[in-house]
Design a protein around this ligand. Sequence first.
Ligand code: ADP
Ligand code: MG
Length: 472
Amino acid sequence: MTVAASLPSPTQLEADSAPSPFEAAWDAIRTSLRRTCGARTFDGWLKPVKLVGFDSDDATIRLAAPSDFMANWVETHFAEQLLQAWRSMLPQVARVAIGTDTSGAVLFSTVEPEAAARLQPESIAPAPVEAAEHGFEARYSFDTFVVGKANEVAYNAARTLAEGGALGFNPLFLHGGTGLGKTHLMHAIGQEFLARQPGARVIYMSAEKFMYEFVAAMRAKDTHSFKARLRAADILMIDDVQFIAGKESTQEEFFHTMNEIISAGRRLVITADRSPQDLEGIESRILSRLSWGLVADVNPADFELRLNIILKKLESMPQAQVPNDVVMFLARRISANIRELEGALNRVVAYSLLSGHAIDMEFTQETLADILRATQRRITIDEIQRRVCDHYRIKQAEMSSARRAREVARPRQIAMYLAKQLTPRSLPEIGRRFGGRDHTTVIHAVKQIEKLRQTDAELDADVRLLMRQLES
Ligand code: ADP
Ligand code: MG
């Protein structure tokens, strides 16, 4: 069974749209992929993939992604899975080929020779069957996890646990905000553990799935075998347990099961978006049991870690040319979480490959306009005044004073100008914050600075610097 790597000429394709059995199969495959690979991966990568048709000449299903980059990605990560899914529905399918769809016309031939070489069957990511069967994402490994101050404790604990030696702690409880790498670490633990001990029983599931399966087992009056299966695991990992907190009957059972797992000496890993103490409605005896283990938090990444993560991601995107200023800009501006950072980088790269436009600052800002607006830090007038006063070495009281001497009047005007540019405050509000000045004074200041920026290079440089400082 091979996955097609050949890129046939478009003439081989049927002119009509796909015949209905194929369309129906594709619908079903998409639904099941969405379930198995998660909504996030599915929406980002698989959802845009279209069914082009079935080529009966070579028994090939042709799919099209919106860009070469996405086509490669889908090919690398999902070729095997797609082929199996197709064959299970329609055994006559021998191959799946993924091409690129540019503006409606499918151009399988646009893939460059070296990209085509990457698509050879033997180069398709050989995710270990073991790990793949467990549903782990190959790209969520320890190798791709970038370590920094924010996550080093969690990382080291995860590694220790995955290495399988004697453990000084159990369970491992990882907590932190969304998009900071908790799930990534769990997949990495699972894959590393399996790589060292092939055949080990590793169970990973979301708390939601746990709940769902548990309730189903209760309905079937067979919670025994469900629990027995979990107890038999060498490592049991339950992701996002905050979903269970509060759901009383499941919660009770869940924590009983956890207890049994720990008592049986099995490795248990739990993640949540908050610390054990902050999980509401959980009995204190269970809480203390959870806290016996190692509780490690995953913190928001600092600038350095964000930068390193971008650089690491770029290593796996050799086709992307991202200049330094853009890398720095992304690391500086997309700071909420890593998922968002990764999403922003992927979007910029994908759009660039899609449009053929080189990646520069302007392109990046345009492509990410919505994200950038949403992540714009709230800048306050007080902050502006402080920065400006620092810069010009004057007292902050001068912002409200009546003094008209140039050395205080000019900085004051600059501060008003910045307040207008960088905050949503109205002119009268700004005036009030500058010693109760009239809004016409603010208008005058804004106009004045706008004019000076055209003619006075030094002042313009000051304003730019202040803006950069305030926006970072
Ligand atoms: P969480 O489960 O905490 O919400 P995820 O594990 O799903 O977060 O991480 C979100 C995304 O960010 C994933 O694609 C993951 O690979 C990436 N990511 C998070 N932390 C790191 C890191 N330290 N190094 C590399 N990638 C990371
Ligand atoms: Mg997660």
